[in-house]
Design a protein around this ligand. Structure first.
Ligand SMILES: [Zn+2]
Length: 316
């Protein structure tokens, strides 16, 4: 399903890390990127391991507040090398890996009983890869994507995330099978539908899907759809967790909601920076006609000053 990958490119931005950029023009509503997951982690794949991690989490809660990333990371240990490498390659805020050392050691000791001989030396990096790049899905699943996870958060997003269900194609293929029982396997559907259908049969080991079947989240893909016109060279940004209602609030509220939802960064998107500068200017009592003078005061541009605005309003 990686059909639209030529429409984007990943580039390194100083101080921000890897980010996603458009290489083609898109009109509102156009697909900017659609992707199938690199890996899907479902608790039902290894129930004993999931139960074990829940027990550890109950005894002494993990820093991230849930067991999904730890579970997915341990499941990654048995993945083929390209999948393992892709998870290892995912970014995380500085210092997060070190912060996890204690709980990683606890997990490795406990999980070694279920997975004798497994090498847990990369576990902290794998947990970070999942925690900061995985998308939650139905059934307690976490889903990891290649390009989608490189796009940064913004409070002024230019794309929205749409969940795709690849099985819609498989369902159409299944209906085609049922409609032509005498065709002897000479099915009429295109390569994409055929591949989706074959993947479904192989993975699920189940009879062809029927109308009303509930699809497993492992077949979901994600799509970025343009909210406004996107030009080549534009950074592609989306809202990590802020709802349309949240996005109507001011930058202090937005930063607080991000933090409440376990995103530890302070948002410096263009909108947050503009709003916090205006806020600082107002707080200092600078009149409109003095604005020229205040813009030479570079303290108002310093990230520390902008971040301090959020910290100063804990009760907001
Ligand atoms: Zn922001």
């Amino acid at each position: 399903m990686q059909k639209n990958n030529s429409t984007t490119v990943v580039r390194e931005l100083p101080g921000k890390g890897r980010c996603l950029f458009a290489t083609q023009r898109a009109a509102p509503g156009d697909t900017v990127l659609s992707e199938a997951p690199i890996m899907v982690s479902l608790p039902s794949d290894a129930p004993a391991l999931f139960a074990l991690l829940e027990e550890l989490h109950r005894a002494a809660p993990f820093a991230c507040g849930h067991v999904r990333s730890h579970f997915a990371a341990i499941c990654t240990l048995s993945q083929p090398p390209p999948v393992y490498a892709a998870v290892m390659d995912k970014g995380a805020p500085r210092g997060e890996r070190e912060r996890l050392q204690h709980e990683v050691a606890r997990c490795a000791r406990a999980a070694a009983k279920l997975l004798p001989g497994a090498d847990f030396s990369d576990l902290a990096q794998l947990i970070c890869g999942w925690e900061f790049n995985g998308f939650p899905a139905d059934g307690g699943a976490l889903v990891l994507y290649d390009r989608v996870s490189t796009a940064a958060h913004s409070c002024d997003p230019n794309v929205e995330v749409v969940v795709l269900f690849e099985l819609e194609n498989a369902a159409a293929a299944a209906r085609a099978v049922e409609a032509e029982p005498a065709a002897g396997g000479d099915l009429v559907f295109d390569d994409e539908e055929r591949a989706a259908y074959e993947r479904y049969l192989k993975s699920a080991g189940a009879p062809p899907v029927r109308k009303g079947d509930v699809f497993d989240s492992r077949y979901a893909g994600l799509e970025f759809r343009a909210l406004r016109a996107v030009a080549p060279g534009d950074e592609i940004v989306f809202s990590y967790c802020l709802t349309a209602e949240d996005l109507k609030r001011d930058f202090r509220r937005r930063r607080k909601v991000l933090n409440l939802r376990h995103w530890s960064f302070t948002c410096y998107c263009d909108r947050c920076v503009a709003e916090s500068r205006a806020f600082l200017r107002d707080a200092r009592g600078v009149r409109e006609d003095d604005e020229g003078a205040s813009s030479s005061d570079d303290a108002s541009d310093a990230p520390a000053a902008l971040a301090a605005v959020a910290c100063d309003f804990e009760d907001y």
